[in-house]
Design a protein around this ligand. Sequence first.
Ligand SMILES: NC(=O)c1ccc[n+]([C@@H]2O[C@H](COP(=O)([O-])OP(=O)(O)OC[C@H]3O[C@@H](n4cnc5c(N)ncnc54)[C@H](O)[C@@H]3O)[C@@H](O)[C@H]2O)c1
Length: 246
Amino acid sequence: MRAIYPSLKGKRVFISGGASGIGEGFVEAFVAQGAHVAFCDIAQDAGDALAQRLGAHFHRCDLRDIEAVQAMMTQVETELGGIDIVINNAANDDRHSIADVTPAYWDERMAVNLRHQFFVAQAAVPAMKRAGGGAIINLGSISWHLGLADLVLYETAKAAIEGLTRGLARELGRENIRVTTIIPGNVKTPRQEQWYTPEGEAEIVAAQCMDGRLMPADVAALALFLASDDARLITGHNYWVDAGWR
Ligand SMILES: NC(=O)c1ccc[n+]([C@@H]2O[C@H](COP(=O)([O-])OP(=O)(O)OC[C@H]3O[C@@H](n4cnc5c(N)ncnc54)[C@H](O)[C@@H]3O)[C@@H](O)[C@H]2O)c1
């Protein structure tokens, strides 16, 4: 029994990193609302399969390449006939130690976790202005709030995303474009499975206020609300879906 938002029907939605995990959940959820969805990923086979299954548009794009991002966003706007909603979802949480970080690795981590969020938003804003408004949702992370280990660069990028949200919200609010951050707790996805043993998962659940493992659909439920007209004056802040993990 999931909510249907009448205001999302027919909306033109772009989702980055939509081929797997939480992003796949966003693609499924917005398609189920009757929205027109385009998404990108580097994972060609998974992207093709999902696009075929749901009737969404898939673009194979490496978000670290900003020229490719800009070209893709032009294509997305053309194929959807505009852009109303952007979900900046793609990221990569590879572990690293301080001693192993080189300047090149720093730049690459910021490129995969932070930089594209700004440039995707920048590319979508003119279409949103023409449409009379829009919603941009950036995916942050609980990791830096908790100070988790072996993730210094990922946490640096994810902290910056909250600043990006506040800055964009200030710049774009008068254009009726809302910008928010979703901060997931630990969400059970195929990629996360590689980091956690059953004992590790049990530790996370024990640190949550509530039992249960978060699933991509739980994060998508928040994104649907934030993207809908029901959230018409909600902007510039962060929204958590973490089962109370502390
Ligand atoms: N899963 C969690 O527990 C969790 C917790 C906190 C925050 N998040 C955030 O939620 C978002 C989704 O996380 P997820 O767990 O689904 O991650 P994931 O790794 O399962 O999915 C991310 C997607 O982005 C794609 N991607 C990675 N690099 C890319 C690139 N250079 N160009 C294009 N696509 C690329 C991947 O192929 C993948 O499909 C991320 O922003 C992540 O930081 C997740």
